[in-house]
Design a protein around this ligand. Structure first.
Ligand SMILES: [Zn+2]
Length: 63
């Protein structure tokens, strides 16, 4: 069952995602390997590694 607060939280997350994407594209935040703007949830990984979550994870596995 979905409560109203859950809907608002999801909506809020969507807004944050969009705001992040606008910001990231303007600042040219892109994964060094695939050139994709990292998703909002992976921005911390991006700032640490310069890679999207997927590629940061892939490189860490090889290490
Ligand atoms: Zn990538």
């Amino acid at each position: 069952m979905v409560t109203e607060s859950e809907v608002q939280t999801k909506d809020d997350l969507e807004r944050r995602n969009k705001a992040w994407k606008h910001c990231a594209e303007r600042e040219d935040y892109r994964c060094a390997i695939c050139g994709q703007v990292p998703p909002y949830g992976e921005r911390e990984i991006y700032f640490e590694s310069g890679l999207c979550g997927f590629h940061a994870h892939t490189l860490n596995k090889d290490d």
